[in-house]
Every structure is written in structure tokens, then in C-alpha cells.
Write a protein that binds this ligand. Structure first.
Ligand code: SF4
Length: 286
């Protein structure tokens, strides 16, 4: 059984940067906290907690004087203000691409547009982007969500970075006839689309696709959906232990890809498990 690895799988630029910032904070301050899990991968978050960087859910849980990291998904200005008032040292690990989406949303709002955030309404990144407009922006999941909603004549769109381009295109097509001015900031992350394209290419060549990453990771879940849409049986797993040997029955080629927040050591563990089950790695991770 051949194991084909998608070279683009695993930590993206923003997550790698956040993890490096976390390691630096641990080395310099002996630990601290992250507001929400730093990245959407439980194993990585547990490992950070063991090193003294615990995840907290509320600003009130932060201890005055300690380091508090803002995660890659970013957060709203009111929360940042509340942290500052609590007397913590803020380390901002917001991915620069997410920060760009926040800035664009704020700029559109200040320029008087009806701002729409194409994203998941309960996802911290989309919520954070909307908060940068003072809560004025609406988060919508699909173009169809707007069918019965009023719209102003000047509309602007920004995207949660993990959105699919076809969803943005669908939204733009629906908005154009309804407004006199439409501004679009394509804030979809390049790392996401490149990983998706490379993963789809591999998914088309194999009998089984494994997508490794946290269940709460939007980009991993999306990656699994996109791979499944090729028609190739696809499983989203968080750890090597979740890989079930019966999935491999009759499989000659298995593809492995991973979400942006999946650490290298978890991908390596999945590959090692495949090797013990008769797999031979066909490609090398770039
Ligand atoms: S997927 Fe893109 S936007 Fe998200 S953290 Fe990684 S580099 Fe940043």
C-alpha cells in the first residue's frame, strides 16, 4: 500500500508563527495563558499547557501581570481593552492574514458600507472580524442567508480566511444585482486554498484519504469535506489511534493531508501507523 503525503499539509505560516511566539513566551516568562486555545488542535494545546501556557476562556481568568496570548483567530477590540485593563502583558499572535480581514472590515464600516462577513457565525475568527466593526457587520454563511434580509445600496464583503472561493463567488453574484456599489476584500488565505488544491489532487489519485487535524478546526473540517467531494472515501482523524485498520482493506493507495493547525508530530504518528499496517511512503514532505 502506497502512502502519498500532501506536501502542503500541516502547520501554515500563521500557526507556525503563533507556536514560535508561544515557545518564546514560555521561555521568557515561564508560562502564562492563551485566551481560548492558541490553535485548534487539542494535542498541541495540551502540550503547551504542560509547559505552563494554559488556555483560559474568559478575561477574568487572566492573572494580573502574566503574559496573555491572543490566538491566531484574533479577537475583538473590546476584549483586548479588557485584557489591558486587567494589567496583563498581551502577546498578539493573531495571524497577519486574519488581522488584514479585521482591518478591511473596520475600514469598510468607517466608510459607510453595509459590511458582510462571509464565515461561520459561531467561529471566533468571524466573530472577531465582526467585532472590529463595532458589531455592525453581519456574519453570513451562504449567499442564500441574505435572501429575506434588507441590504443597503453600498455593500462590502470580507471573508473568514478559511472560506471557499466558490462561496464568495456565489455571494458576489447574488449581491451585484441588489446594490449600486459592491466592495470585496478577498481575505481567503492563500495557504488554505493551496492546501485544498493539493489535497484534492491527491484525493483524486487514491482509494482512501485521511485528513488529520482537530475536530474544532474549521480549515481541517473544510479540507475533509473537499476531499470527500472528489468521491474518494475520506476520514477526518485527530490522532493516529483513530485510524481503523479495516478502512485499509483493499486499499492500494492512501493519501494523507492535514489542517493548518496540525503539528508535524501528529502527521508523523499517522504515517508511522500506516507503515505498521503495511504502508510505504511514496512522496516526501516538502
Ligand atoms: S490558515 Fe492562513 S489565515 Fe489561518 S492561520 Fe494559517 S496562514 Fe493564517
Amino acid at each position: 500500500m502506497q502512502v502519498i503525503l500532501v506536501p502542503e499539509g500541516g502547520f501554515c505560516f500563521g500557526v507556525r508563527r503563533a507556536m514560535e511566539m508561544a515557545e518564546k513566551a514560555i521561555a521568557e516568562s515561564g508560562g502564562g495563558a492563551t485566551l481560548g486555545p492558541l490553535i485548534h488542535n487539542q494535542e498541541a494545546v495540551d502540550r503547551l499547557a504542560e509547559q505552563g501556557l494554559r488556555a483560559i476562556e474568559k478575561v477574568e481568568e487572566a492573572r494580573p501581570g502574566e503574559v496573555v496570548m491572543l490566538r491566531t483567530h484574533g479577537t475583538g477590540p473590546a476584549t483586548i481593552q479588557a485584557l489591558a485593563e486587567r494589567g496583563v502583558t498581551i502577546v498578539d499572535a493573531t495571524c497577519p492574514f486574519v488581522a488584514r480581514a479585521q482591518r478591511e472590515a473596520r475600514r469598510f464600516q468607517e466608510e459607510g458600507y453595509d459590511v458582510l462577513v462571509l464565515g461561520e457565525p459561531d467561529h471566533p475568527e468571524a466573530i472577531g472580524i465582526a467585532e472590529h466593526t463595532g458589531g455592525a457587520a453581519r456574519i453570513i454563511e451562504r449567499a442564500g442567508d441574505l435572501r429575506d434580509q434588507p441590504l443597503r445600496k453600498r455593500v462590502a464583503v470580507v471573508c473568514q480566511t478559511t472560506q471557499r472561493l466558490d462561496r464568495l463567488q456565489e455571494l458576489v453574484a447574488m449581491l451585484l444585482p441588489r446594490c449600486i456599489e459592491l466592495r470585496v476584500a478577498n481575505t481567503i488565505c492563500d495557504a488554505t486554498s493551496k492546501r485544498q488544491e493539493a489535497s484534492v489532487q491527491v484525493a483524486r489519485q487514491v482509494d482512501l484519504m485521511l485528513v488529520v487535524g482537530g475536530r474544532h478546526s474549521a480549515n481541517t473540517t473544510r479540507l475533509a469535506q473537499i476531499c470527500a467531494e472528489t468521491g474518494t472515501p475520506t476520514h477526518h482523524i485527530e490522532t493516529a489511534e483513530e485510524l481503523r485498520p479495516e478502512w485499509l482493506a483493499g486499499v492500494e493507495r492512501v493519501g494523507v493531508t492535514a489542517g493548518a493547525s496540525t503539528p508535524d508530530w501528529i502527521i508523523a504518528a499517522v504515517v508511522a501507523r500506516l507503515e505498521t499496517l503495511g504502508g510505504t511512503v511514496a512522496g516526501s514532505r516538502g
